[in-house]
Design a protein around this ligand. Structure first.
Ligand code: CO
Length: 137
């Protein structure tokens, strides 16, 4: 079951410039900043109630977010739903015929367990499932 929207991912070319909007003018609190080598990004999480905005800067042009920026420019990149057990959700969705990018969960930002569904199966919306680490929301 999807328990809520964990975060909305936004592709940016310059994190500090993006922070001027999100932390500056929107006055959101920065919750976390991390380089996630596995996903080829430097990411910043900002608090929005129980949810977050995840700003994503690619580490290189050949990373998934780098390719996204090159073809589409900065903007909305993905939606992430919070789940209690990402492995169980993947099995359930695979059984329901949903095409997956990740057949097994991997480690995401803040030691979360994450998996991506294929946008061809989700009406063009790149969709992430997030199981937060214990004690993190
Ligand atoms: Co994300």
């Amino acid at each position: 079951m999807f328990a809520g929207i964990d975060h909305v991912g936004v592709a940016v070319e310059d994190l500090d410039a993006a922070l001027e909007l999100y932390a500056g003018r929107y006055a959101m609190e920065t919750a976390h900043r991390e380089t996630v080598e596995d996903q080829g990004v430097e990411a910043i999480l900002l608090d929005v109630g129980d949810s977050h905005v995840e700003l994503l800067r690619p580490l290189g042009p050949d990373s998934p977010v780098g390719k996204f920026l090159a073809s589409k420019g900065p903007g909305l990149h993905h939606v992430a739903y919070r789940v209690g057990d990402v492995a169980a959700e993947l099995e359930r969705l695979r059984g329901a015929g949903v095409r997956l990018i990740d057949r097994a969960p991997r480690t995401g930002i803040r030691d979360s367990r994450v998996a991506f569904l294929h946008p061809a199966a989700t009406g063009g919306v790149l969709t992430e499932l997030v199981q937060p680490a214990q004690g993190v929301h």
